[in-house]
Design a protein around this ligand. Structure first.
Ligand code: ATP
Ligand code: MG
Length: 446
């Protein structure tokens, strides 16, 4: 079969199954029924009730269908709605950002940044296993003793991780992360995640092709922030995004999205982030955006940044801005190409311009805790200079976290780069006063 036909085969069968409209009716169904009532019914009664409701909805609002098509549609909508059992109402609730199933009797959710246990449980461990099977079979994987850990994605985009005994000692564990809602920088500012001046400065830096790393712990909002910053990449540029599971939603016209692939059941066919970074260099990118660097791809990314692909963006898991540069060093050294430590450090000094560090606070809020520039030059030890720090007020349990963003003047070489690119600098930052004077940039605020 020709390549085109082979590729089309999958696409056609997806189209044929008419997912869009099944999803539509499933959504309508969930908005129509009372989920609490439904929980009282047995599986069989539930199905009958749902079939009735979908039937009514189709008669009232649906297209004209033959009897067979209609029966078919009802069956598929109900299958989908019952598909993930007790998880369905949780998935339908938009205010829930994470669902954590720790065995059949123990479900936690995250809402407004806070984790809480809920009453809902699975009827039995077997029912939980059935749900797991349904989830992973959509990505052609299976979970059993020989492959007890799987990453999958629901058709609606949610990321799912499953791990079962014997690796898990707490029964089958399912973690579902809602597809992150895109926020604009303006929205993040109004939520208090950063202040306006910092938003303006970061936007200037993106336009001026600074290489920016976003660091933070798990779930601190790195991907969300990267997505917001990416809006400032000029729309005429050719952007390549590389991710483990595609979450970024860039608005520009010329965006190419690449997604890594885990190995299949036989352990074959994996395509790593690193493979994709290398491949992307042959695709004439103006910018490369890596969802998260976790390993050897860090070296390829640094090399790309140092060989004319500046303006690149990535996130890294780290506990502070300072930790982030050291973490990049460790990750870059994981490559099989053995490069002396000093040479890697020089590459980081030359490549990385700015680190934006995010933190999650006890009240569930996420914030820019620090913005620092990498001020060290080639053969120097790492030296970061802060541009912004958030100082939290003393907080008490359950209270909203308040505090202040403190700004620091920009090092001169950074200010000069911004001016050369035609960008201005918000007055609240100012520019570091040089030891010598007489420069057009002396005098601080502009
Ligand atoms: N500034 C913010 N304020 C409030 N909620 C936020 C903020 N940024 C992100 N979130 C929410 O926090 C959750 C995690 O966000 P996101 O996926 O961006 O984090 P992450 O650091 O990339 O996570 P991971 O470590 O899993 O990659 C999402 O539900 C997202 O909507
Ligand atoms: Mg992320």
């Amino acid at each position: 079969m020709a390549l085109k036909d082979r590729l089309n085969e999958g696409r056609l069968s997806a189209q044929h199954s008419d997912r869009g409209s099944v999803a539509h009716w499933r959504k309508r169904l969930l908005s129509e029924i009372n989920l609490d009532d439904l929980a009282m019914l047995s599986m069989e009664q539930r199905r009958i009730r749902l079939e009735k409701v979908v039937g009514h909805l189709l008669s009232r609002e649906g297209p004209v269908l033959s009897d067979r098509e209609r029966a078919n549609m009802i069956r598929r909508v109900v299958d989908e709605a019952l598909g993930l059992g007790v998880l369905e109402p949780l998935l339908a609730d938009e205010s829930i950002t994470e669902i954590m199933v720790n065995g059949p009797d123990n479900i936690f959710i995250e809402r407004n940044g806070r984790v809480q246990r809920i009453e809902t449980t699975f009827a039995s461990e077997e029912q939980l296993y059935q749900t797991i099977d349904r989830i992973v079979s959509t990505v052609n994987r299976r979970v059993d003793e020989s492959s007890p850990m799987v990453d999958a994605r629901l058709p609606t985009g949610e990321r799912v991780n499953v791990i079962i005994p014997p690796l898990s000692l707490s029964g089958p564990i399912v973690t579902i992360r809602r597809f992150p809602k895109p926020f604009t920088i303006e929205q993040l500012i109004s939520m208090g995640s950063l202040d306006e001046a910092t938003g303006i400065l970061l936007a200037s830096m993106i336009r001026a092709r600074f290489n920016v790393i976003i660091s933070g712990g798990t779930g601190t909002g790195k991907t969300t922030f990267l997505n917001a910053l990416s809006a400032f990449v000029p729309s005429h540029e050719r952007i390549i995004t590389i991710e483990d599971s595609a979450e970024l939603q860039l608005q520009q016209e010329h965006v190419l999205r690449l997604e890594a692939r885990p190995p299949n059941i036989e352990g074959q066919g994996a395509v790593t982030i690193r493979d994709l970074v290398r491949n992307s260099l042959r695709m004439r990118p103006d910018r490369i955006i890596v969802g998260e660097v976790r390993g050897a791809e860090t070296l390829d990314m640094l090399q790309a940044m140092n060989t004319g692909h500046d303006g690149s963006l990535a996130t890294v898991h780290a506990n502070s801005a300072d930790d982030a540069v050291h973490r990049l060093l460790t990750l870059a050294s994981m490559s099989e190409v053995k490069i002396p430590f000093e040479a890697l450090r020089d590459q980081i000094n030359a490549a990385i311009d700015v680190i934006v560090h995010l933190s999650r606070y006890p009240d569930g809020s996420r914030r820019v805790a620090e913005v620092s520039v990498v001020a060290s030059r080639r053969h120097e030890e790492f030296r970061l200079e802060p541009l912004l720090r958030f100082h939290a007020d003393r907080y008490e349990a359950q209270r909203r976290v308040t505090g202040e963003f403190h700004h620091f003047p920009l090092p001169r070489h950074i200010a000069e780069r911004l001016y050369t690119a035609g960008e201005s600098i918000p007055a609240t930052f100012g520019i570091r006063r040089p030891a010598d004077h007489g420069s057009p940039f002396s005098g601080g605020a502009l």
